[in-house]
Ligand binder design. Structure first.
Ligand SMILES: Nc1ncnc2c1ncn2[C@@H]1O[C@H](COP(=O)(O)OP(=O)(O)OP(=O)(O)O)[C@@H](O)[C@H]1O
Ligand SMILES: [Mg+2]
Length: 381
């Protein structure tokens, strides 16, 4: 994620932002233009549609700002003209918070989470109980401030965190660390600060930092990573000490490369929860959850499917179910039969699942798994 082009765009944006903030808007133009051009080039090198979108938005913002400075368009209401009066940052940052941070109530229910008993217990203790029974968490019995979920991709870290958030009456802030850095280039530090301030105001709050390892890669880098190091430092301080009173504020970090997290960061995430492959019982329930609402042929048996799918992640099973449910529709479509609105597909049968398993294989290897287990043995969870 830190290609030279990206780094160059970041530097230009930072410079532009600094100049603009300090009233030297006209000098900032050149840097905004450079940053916008580099971001537009980056779009061509990126496959990830989310990143493309972010680069695009940010580039558009710079171009708009340039137009404002040159007087081609009226300055927008909430972005004060920086030439004379010192700009008020907070409006811009508020916009930023709304655009990087998801605050809607997630729609994953606790009972939609198959298995993960240990992880659920840990999160109950870390988040749900302190929020529902704050009276029990007084004095030395303090709730955890930082919880780290780690484990291989697709095993339910994000999913479980959403379920936690919908279980408790709390404000849920969800931030992708990678987006925070790439989208907010020089401004991420302020964003972290503002985020925590708001979380304290709206406590009880859960701040979910997905892909927290993206922040850790700043470690040991040269000076071009200075901005990233500052964000990281800011975050470390925030996790530890933002809530000064009794406000309930918990930061949950998720990562699938826990070994990239350095000691300082690790220490803040005192409670660590290992999220790994589902057990056979959990897989059985996952088949049920992910085929809900579609009538299956009578021969489909979830416990049989579970026995065929040892080693599959939760995401693999969700994908397999979608594939199996899609097959009857795909058949009809190939015959061109779907144009007739009265035509209904047959019920998906066991064969659809077996055929699906030909394409969808376990995505995590035993060797990769062993690496997580080594880390857990060393650092807990
Ligand atoms: N316990 C579960 N019960 C039912 N479905 C689950 C469960 N855990 C995960 N899933 C399914 O698997 C999908 C992938 O899970 P999720 O995105 O939470 O993985 P992750 O661990 O966050 O992966 P990554 O590290 O790649 O971000 C979910 O969208 C959901 O459909
Ligand atoms: Mg995730």
């Amino acid at each position: 994620m830190s290609s030279p082009l990206f780094e160059a765009a970041k530097k230009n944006a930072e410079r532009a932002y600094q100049l603009d903030q300090s009233g030297q808007s006209h000098q900032a133009v050149r840097y905004y233009v450079n940053a916008a051009e580099q971001l537009q080039q980056l779009i061509n090198f990126t496959d990830d549609p989310n990143m493309k979108n972010l680069y695009f938005q940010k580039a558009m913002e710079y171009i708009l700002r340039v137009k404002e400075i040159r007087g081609i368009i009226e300055p927008s209401e909430n972005k004060p003209r920086s030439s004379r009066a010192p700009p008020e940052e907070s409006d811009e940052i508020s916009d930023a918070i709304s655009s990087v941070i998801v605050r809607e109530k997630p729609n994953v229910r606790w009972e939609d989470v198959a298995g993960m008993e240990e992880a659920k217990r840990a999160l109950r203790e870390a988040i749900i109980l302190p929020m529902t029974r704050p009276d029990l968490f007084k004095g030395s019995r303090k709730p955890w401030k930082g919880v780290l979920m780690f484990g291989p991709p697709g095993c339910g870290k994000t999913y479980l965190c959403k379920a936690v958030a919908s279980e408790v009456e709390s404000t849920f802030f969800s931030v992708s660390a990678a987006n925070l850095i790439s989208k907010w280039l020089g401004e991420s530090e302020k964003l972290v600060n503002e985020l925590y301030e708001r979380a304290v105001e709206e406590a009880p709050s859960i701040i979910f930092f997905d892909e927290i390892d993206a922040l850790a890669s700043a470690r040991g880098g040269a000076s071009e990573n200075e901005a990233m190091r500052r964000v990281k430092t800011q975050l470390l301080q925030a996790v530890e000490g933002f809530a000064t009173g009794d406000e309930l504020l918990v930061t949950v970090g998720a990562t699938n490369t826990p070994w990239d997290i350095d000691a300082a960061m690790r220490r803040r995430f005192e409670r660590r929860v290992y999220i790994t492959l589902p057990t056979s019982e959990a897989r059985e329930k996952m088949f049920q959850i992910h085929t809900r609402g579609v009538d299956l042929a009578s021969g489909v048996n979830f416990s049989e499917l579970s026995s065929y799918t040892a080693g599959y992640t939760a995401a693999d099973i969700a994908l397999l179910c979608r594939e199996a449910l899609m097959r009857p529709i795909r058949e009809l479509d190939a015959e061109g039969a779907l144009k007739d609105l009265s035509v209904q597909p047959r019920a998906p049968d066991i064969d659809d699942f077996l055929q699906g398993m030909e394409h969808i294989k376990p995505s995590v290897s035993p060797k990769e798994l062993a690496r997580y287990e080594d880390w857990r043995d060393q650092f807990g969870g």
